[in-house]
Design a binder for this molecule. Structure first.
Ligand code: FAD
Ligand code: SF4
Ligand code: SF4
Ligand code: SF4
Length: 405
């Protein structure tokens, strides 16, 4: 092993910044690379003392990926629910449960604040910060389908005597748990982890290509990936007006060609390490116009937090098979067809052994989908202009929609 240099060189860095938090030599910098459209770490070799603490927390180090594609992690209780405030629900990604729950938790003084993420527009990139008020939390409601340098806002929290919630993607919660092992004081500061399900993140380059396709000018002052009901819209406000595109349409067009490399070998669909995990209640509500959050309490702490902070009725889903029904596409990508992608990855020998293969046979559609993604990644890396990429994804989306009908 050789610091996280190999992760960065192989293009597997997610830019989370966990390595920077633990580096004793201040040798790591995480910056947003405009061309690639993502945060990436870099190492100052002169300062690096080769202690390798960075490797131990990096979510892209193969040894740190907790490979499990048989079940979905510990499950105490599964609920469906939505924010009691209709506006919060309407503006959020799913049911707005996270935003409402954190507002209630701060108002009841259960926590002092929460690490949340929103989009900034000048420049266009995600930013994470600690929200201490209702307004700060509402500003970050809704999903950003990209990853931020989330650990940046944790610098200095050990000096404050605050209790925080941490909202993060599975790879970010994994890195946080690793940091907490190394810096036990972090356990007192982060009192609860709120995880998002994750089907993958796209670079901001994908978003810029969507802007080009829909002729959205660059001078934007507000970006929301989701909101305005369910499944919601991408909403972009710019100097001369605004534009919205439905979530299913643009997400099909942004597709996996823009994904971070690590997303193709990511085995965690439902945020298995968090205290509470949240996703969309896909396929569980008849003809929804407003969203519903799907909520998994992983342990007693998570269940207690939900009980203490909920001001509305939650419907408990007793049957675990409903979770599988709701998330069937996500689970297929993360737990089954991943074998195909890993086979062609250097990480195969680290992560897979015979009994972990789970007897899964790839289908013709798996092979077709993976080949399509591989061609897209190649073309995007060759800097093919946005229009043909977006057009081919759009044709694919229209055909798939017709076939499903
Ligand atoms: C990249 C990504 C992929 C996802 N993939 C799936 C999926 O395949 N299937 C599924 O069912 N659900 C997925 N989700 C989760 C889903 O989109 C909702 O975030 C979740 O259901 C919570 O909705 P809510 O209305 O309860 O939360 P809200 O009240 O809308 O609050 C959302 C919270 O998430 C935080 N957040 C937003 N973006 C990020 C980010 N990039 N990194 C860290 N924190 C963030 C915000 O700060 C906010 O606190 C994904 C989310 C993301 C960000
Ligand atoms: S090996 Fe140690 S000193 Fe070098 S970058 Fe990693 S954490 Fe910093
Ligand atoms: S810890 Fe995060 S920022 Fe650092 S190398 Fe790993 S993925 Fe990149
Ligand atoms: S798919 Fe995995 S690696 Fe990619 S953003 Fe989601 S949790 Fe992180």
């Amino acid at each position: 092993m050789d610091s996280v240099k190999v992760v960065i060189k192989d293009g597997n860095c997610l830019g989370c910044g966990a390595c920077k938090v633990v580096c004793p030599s201040d040798a790591i910098n995480v910056a947003f690379e405009h061309r690639a459209g993502k945060y990436v770490a870099s190492i100052n070799e002169e300062l690096c003392s080769d202690c390798r603490l960075c490797n131990s927390v990096c979510p892209s180090e193969p040894e740190n990926i907790n490979y499990n594609f048989i079940n979905n992690g510990p499950i105490k209780k599964v609920f469906m629910g939505c924010a009691s405030n209709n506006q919060i629900r309407h503006d959020s990604s799913s049911g707005g449960w996270i935003t409402q729950m954190l507002i209630n938790a701060i108002e009841a003084k259960i926590i002092d604040g929460a690490v949340v993420t929103k989009m900034s527009t000048n420049p266009i990139q995600p930013v994470s910060y600690i929200a201490y008020s209702r307004d700060d939390l509402i500003a970050a409601s809704g999903s950003c389908y990209c990853t931020s340098n989330i650990f940046d806002c944790l610098h200095g929290i050990l000096k404050d005597n605050k209790k925080l919630a941490f909202v993060g993607l599975p790879c970010q919660i994994l890195a946080l748990k690793k940091c907490q092992k190394l810096i036990p004081e972090l356990n007192d500061r982060i009192s609860i982890t709120i995880g998002l399900f994750c089907g993958g993140s796209s670079s901001i380059r994908g978003l810029r290509d969507i802007f080009k396709f829909y002729k959205i000018p660059d001078d934007v002052c507000l970006i929301k990936y989701r909101g305005s009901g369910w499944p919601g819209n991408l909403f972009v406000k710019h100097e001369n007006g605004c534009k919205s595109v439905s979530y299913p349409e643009y997400s099909a067009m942004m597709r996996r060609g823009y994904f971070y490399n690590r997303c193709f070998i990511c085995p965690d669909a439902t945020n298995e390490l968090a205290d509470i995990s949240f996703g969309d209640a896909w396929n569980l509500v008849d003809e929804p116009v407003e969203g519903t959050s799907l909520i998994i309490c992983r342990n007693d702490m998570g269940t207690d937090f939900i009980n203490l902070t909920s001001d509305d009725i939650l419907k408990e889903i007793i049957d675990d098979s409903l979770l599988r029904k709701s998330q069937s596409n996500l689970l297929h990508f993360k737990k089954k067809s991943i074998i195909f992608r890993l086979r062609y990855s250097k990480l195969y020998r680290f992560l897979i052994n015979e009994e972990k293969k789970n007897g899964y046979q790839l289908t013709f559609m798996d092979i077709l989908n993976n080949l399509y993604d591989a061609i897209q990644i190649y073309l995007i890396n060759q800097n093919v202009p946005a229009f043909p990429i977006m057009l081919s994804n759009r044709i694919r989306y229209v055909i798939a929609k017709k076939l499903i009908k």
